[in-house]
Design a protein around this ligand. Structure first.
Ligand code: PMV
Length: 330
């Protein structure tokens, strides 16, 4: 924890973003933010958030500063309230977050942000939570954040309990065990149009595909666990593309439709197919936005980044290896 100033209680944490191979979409409890399906992700070394939390007596409301600019504190306050309730710390807090990637690039995943916030806020409040408790706390902020507590390959369980205490993430493989690489193709600068909580709510209410999505989630997780245990990259890639396209089919069948892709996203998908036809094992995945993430082995990362960089509409590419879990910073 940082040195306290006066009555301030402060701590700073870093967490990396992650990209799901088997996707989460839909909540079985919206108030407790419990996912309806489990998910499996890769933690990304190249994309991280540093967050400092300072509980300060005399503050009238929580303040959230994102890269030096005051931003809406509602979602951060929700997580801080949980920390205040369990620690007895009554003061409001200043939350200062910075990303090591351009915030306007639409990569500002809530995953790294809420994971860093959970670790920093609980430490600043003097709570000593274990990894499971921290993962549950981060999940209350954003489902994908539960996974960013850990490095490498990570699984988030949907669980069955009403209180959500069995819905937490655990590491599946540490980052060094299987050196996978992700090439991010940025096709659009700017924020996404419909946030994931609103989008998921819409899919659950209106898509005729939603029950099938929830029913088949367990099979996808089991198949992915097997691919990982066998270090079978082709199987991992095929399953990741399948889960991604199944998710986007669900999104497109939502009313009003959630169509997150732009023309460059589609062109990048075809570029991945062409690379694969030329013998390079590379697969894509896409979240609730227009950026494409290509999964490949380290020896092909340069070729994949070059090819995606030449796709019309791709503005920038970034190469990431697998990252480590969230940690407190000195
Ligand atoms: O954690 P949220 O609420 O931002 O939702 C994440 C949803 C997806 O990114 C589309 C899928 C996933 O599992 O990360």
């Amino acid at each position: 924890m940082d040195q306290p100033l006066g009555n301030d209680r402060t701590a700073t944490a870093r967490a990396h973003s992650n990209i799901a191979l088997i996707k989460y979409w839909g909540k079985r409890d919206a108030a407790l933010n419990i996912p309806a399906v489990g998910s499996i992700s890769l933690t990304l070394d190249a994309l991280s958030t540093d967050t400092r939390v300072t509980f300060r007596s005399g503050l009238e409301q929580d303040e959230f500063w994102l890269v030096g600019t005051r931003a809406d504190a509602t979602r951060a306050s929700h997580l801080l309230d949980i920390v205040r309730d369990s620690s007895g710390v009554g003061s409001r807090a200043v939350v200062e977050s910075t990303n090591n990637f351009p915030t306007a690039a639409g990569l500002a995943s809530s995953a790294s942000g809420f994971a860093a916030l959970a670790v920093a806020a609980s430490a600043a409040a003097g709570l000593s939570l274990d990894d499971r408790e921290l993962s549950i706390l981060a999940r209350r902020g954003s489902g994908s954040a539960a996974r960013s507590l850990f490095g490498g390959i990570v699984e988030l369980y949907a669980g069955t309990r009403d209180d959500g205490l069995d819905s937490f993430a655990e590491p599946v493989l540490p980052p060094e065990t299987w050196p996978l690489t992700v090439v991010v193709a940025i096709t659009e600068l700017g924020q996404k149009s419909v946030n994931s909580t609103a989008g998921m709510g819409g899919s659950a209410l209106t898509s005729p595909f939603y029950p099938a999505w929830v029913d088949t989630g367990k099979d996808d997780l089991a198949a992915m666990r097997l691919a990982i245990a066998n270090r079978d990259f082709e199987q991992l890639g095929e399953l990741a593309e399948y889960s991604c396209l199944k998710l986007h089919g669900l999104m497109m069948s939502t009313r009003p439709a959630l169509l997150y892709w732009n023309a460059a996203t589609m062109a990048a998908i075809h570029a991945v197919y062409e690379l694969r036809a030329s013998g390079i094992p590379v697969y894509f995945t896409i979240d609730a936005g227009p950026q494409l993430k290509a999964l490949c082995l380290p020896e092909h990362a340069g070729t994949v980044a070059d090819a995606l960089g030449q796709v019309a509409g791709v503005q920038e590419t970034r190469i990431s290896t697998l990252g480590h879990g969230a940690q407190l910073l000195p």
